[in-house]
Design a protein around this ligand. Structure first.
Ligand SMILES: Cc1cc2nc3c(=O)[nH]c(=O)nc-3n(C[C@H](O)[C@H](O)[C@H](O)COP(=O)(O)OP(=O)(O)OC[C@H]3O[C@@H](n4cnc5c(N)ncnc54)[C@H](O)[C@@H]3O)c2cc1C
Length: 286
């Protein structure tokens, strides 16, 4: 498939997507699917490098675009994964596609990503709520692939109920490892649930890491940020070492349309990952 613009010999612009193929689709929950995507052109594919926390704009041709975080490891250069909740026009159309379907990809975007280099030699705690697992999974995988460069590593993951847990099998496998501590909690347990019950802020008190050498990454629904930050403040974790991935209604993804501004910041180009220190005083950021 060749884009109309290419057929007519038109020059590629920042809005021109690259053609890509969905190579695999798997069900994660009743509402989320994982899509494995490969950029068609080999040269473009090799040049596509992303950092944990960045996102792409995905086009469903004839329908529209939407931004999605990349939950796979940046070390996988052949393809990348997207975890998509079926919520509206683009995501709904994606959920109806089959392997082999063509989509458009722009990106990767976002100058604010999880600073994995700065985190080296320190403890890292990831706190994720619901679909907030998608942006942080890339960092999770990246750290596990270079585990010796970091000190202790913990993941706190909270969901409304067990059916909403993303990457369930992967979580069970991680629990077998002794180099990462996994704590999970749900609001509404079922009869088989053997872990914590309640919001994920309840588990922050169990962390034994000192604020001096600990980085904390947070991603989840807006309400979660407020309470997580209160807990982290109480324990004197440093705002410059706390990183949050923010989500705002976004159009262009490249800093032109201003749809995603929060005060003087644009989530698409200044974020989507910000340190708490950067956004603490920004009205409506949290
Ligand atoms: C940086 C970034 C990363 C994202 N990563 C992911 C991801 O990994 N997986 C995922 O499933 N989604 C992700 N999203 C959200 C995703 O882009 C939206 O759900 C997207 O708009 C879906 O497009 P749609 O056409 O299916 O929905 P639409 O038809 O545009 O919208 C459907 C409904 O959802 C509401 N809505 C859509 N987006 C938002 C939003 N951002 N905030 C509040 N309400 C909204 C609309 O108002 C409408 O009611 C991300 C968003 C951003 C900005």
């Amino acid at each position: 498939m060749v884009l109309e613009a290419e057929k007519k010999g038109k020059k590629k612009t920042i809005y021109t997507p690259d053609m890509a193929t969905i190579t695999e689709i798997s069900d994660l929950t009743p509402t989320e699917k994982q899509f494995t995507i490969q950029i068609d052109d080999q040269e473009t594919r090799e040049a596509f490098r992303f950092q944990p926390g960045q996102f792409v704009e995905l086009t469903v041709f004839g329908l529209g675009e939407a931004p999605f975080s990349i939950p796979s490891s940046p070390n996988n250069r052949e393809s990348f994964e997207l975890c998509v909740r079926d919520i509206g026009n683009v995501s709904n159309a994606l959920h109806k596609m089959a392997p082999g379907s063509k989509v458009g990809i722009r990106g990767p975007y976002g100058n604010g990503y999880f600073p994995h280099e700065k985190m080296k030699g320190n403890n890292v705690v990831i706190i994720a709520g619901g679909i907030g697992m998608a942006p942080v999974r890339s960092l999770l995988k990246y750290i596990l692939e270079d585990r010796q460069s970091y000190k202790d590593f913990s993941l706190i993951y909270g969901c409304v109920d067990p059916a909403n847990i993303l990457y369930k099998d992967e979580m069970q496998q991680l629990k077998q490892r002794d180099d990462i501590e996994i704590k999970m909690t749900v609001d509404n347990p079922d009869a088989d649930w053997k872990e914590a019950v309640g919001v994920c802020t309840n588990l922050i008190g169990d962390l034994k890491y000192s604020p001096e050498d600990t980085f904390i990454v947070v991603c989840g629904p807006p309400i979660m940020y407020k309470f997580v930050i209160l807990e982290l403040d109480d324990r004197s974790y440093k705002p410059e070492n706390i990183f949050l991935s923010l989500e705002r209604r976004m159009e262009c993804g490249v800093g032109k349309c201003n749809h995603c501004h929060i005060g003087n910041k644009l989530v698409c180009v200044d974020g989507p990952v910000f340190s708490l220190w950067e956004i603490r005083n920004l009205k409506e950021a949290i």
